[in-house]
Write a protein that binds this ligand. Structure first.
Ligand SMILES: Nc1nc2c(ncn2[C@@H]2O[C@H](COP(=O)(O)OP(=O)(O)OP(=O)(O)O)[C@@H](O)[C@H]2O)c(=O)[nH]1
Ligand SMILES: [Mg+2]
Ligand SMILES: [Zn+2]
Length: 344
């Protein structure tokens, strides 16, 4: 009996101590909050995330005329409860020495997502108007990588553009293959630009696409995303990496997304190259929507649960036979479909 009483008393004391600790922590939090509100940490102002370095962000202050790019970026810490913060995010931050503090994230107009190697969905960049999918003859494009990027952009309502870089490396040997790779996208109405980072004159059309918009370069490692930015903006001084001699693949030189401004307006985000671009997180319906030439057929199959394989009255199969959907894109769709989690 005495033993149990003692235990109860002990338990009560432990509980009391814990409650007191929690109250003290809450008071500390409230005090920090008050300090922020009182402006001890500096005046709250709007900013733009131009890079993310693990525990810190590079924040560009908004100029008095409401634009970005005129003032030097500031290193900032950020509150833990803000959710993910990525390059392109608009935030509220307080200036202080030596590092500022980001206290809020503003709503995003769009976000480009992809699953990380552990299967978690990660936002790569925010508030994007256009995704520029960079490919090159070397490293050789992965099968249906372009389609995967197109689906990711289309389902987010971000306009995709395809950029074929390293045209100086196209010769009689690979010309046909490259033309064959690009042709389906040109006939679908996608813009396909051709550049060489080694030849500044080849970049004029690209320059025009960048004015007034926030664009992001995506694509395999080694296709020349950072090299293109160095040619467009000689002051950028980005690190570029030669392809591996052995595999002729990129070596993952860029490790964090970085935003650049152009003198004539417009922003461009360089992003780290990828190994693979899984779309496992999507549903079959989202994937179908992502293939723009499928859209007119959607909802017109005889059966509501049509799998668009061999069913009678399938509108997608009908469009395929009529040549409105190409065999390559249909095969690509089936290939990606087989990788979706929902389908397994
Ligand atoms: N011949 C030729 N080589 C290029 C061109 N653009 C880039 N390269 C070369 O391709 C290699 C890779 O370039 P990067 O700019 O580092 O490629 P990246 O896409 O930024 O790669 P990650 O940062 O790893 O994603 C470097 O050796 C560049 O010099 C081009 O237009 N022509
Ligand atoms: Mg790079
Ligand atoms: Zn169907």
């Amino acid at each position: 009996m005495a033993k149990r009483q003692l235990n109860r008393r002990q338990a009560w004391r432990i509980k009391k101590v814990q409650e007191e600790r929690a109250q003290r922590a809450a008071r500390r939090d409230a005090k920090t909050e008050d300090q922020l509100l009182e402006g001890i940490l500096g005046v709250e102002q709007e900013g733009l995330v131009i890079a993310h370095y693990g525990s810190q962000l590079a924040i560009e202050p908004k100029s008095s005329d409401g634009t970005y790019g005129g003032l030097p970026a500031k290193r900032c810490h950020f509150r833990a409860n803000l959710g993910s913060l990525v390059t392109g995010d608009r935030v509220i931050w307080c200036d202080q020495e030596p590092t500022g503090v980001v206290v809020a994230r503003l709503d995003r107009s769009s976000e480009l997502c992809r699953p990380d190697p552990y299967g978690d969905l990660k936002t790569v960049a925010a508030n994007i108007d256009r995704v520029i999918i960079v490919v090159a003859p070397f490293p050789e494009p992965h099968a249906n990588l372009i389609d995967r990027y197109l689906v990711a952009a289309e389902t987010q309502n971000i306009r995709p553009i395809i950029l074929l870089n390293k045209i100086d490396r196209i010769d009689a040997q690979n010309q046909q293959k490259i033309d064959g790779l690009m042709a389906p996208y040109e006939s679908l109405g996608y813009d396909v630009l051709r550049t060489s980072a080694k030849n500044p004159e080849s970049l004029n059309e690209l320059r025009q696409f960048l004015v007034d918009f926030t664009c992001v370069f995506v694509g395999q490692s080694g296709v020349g995303k950072s090299s293109l930015i160095n040619s467009l903006l000689p002051d950028a001084n980005l690190r570029v990496g030669a392809l591996s001699e052995l595999t002729q693949k990129g070596t993952h030189t860029t490790t964090t997304a970085h935003l650049f401004h152009f003198p004539l307006g417009g922003q461009l985000i360089d992003s780290p190259g990828i190994r693979e671009f899984g779309l496992w997180h999507m549903t079959r319906d989202q994937l179908l929507e992502g293939f723009i030439e499928f859209r007119p057929s959607l909802g017109h199959c005889r059966f509501r649960d049509c799998k668009h394989e061999q069913e009678p009255g399938c509108a997608i199969q009908k469009a395929l036979i009529a040549g409105e959907i190409s065999a390559e894109r249909m095969a690509s769709f089936q290939h990606i479909l087989a990788t979706l989690e929902d389908e397994q």
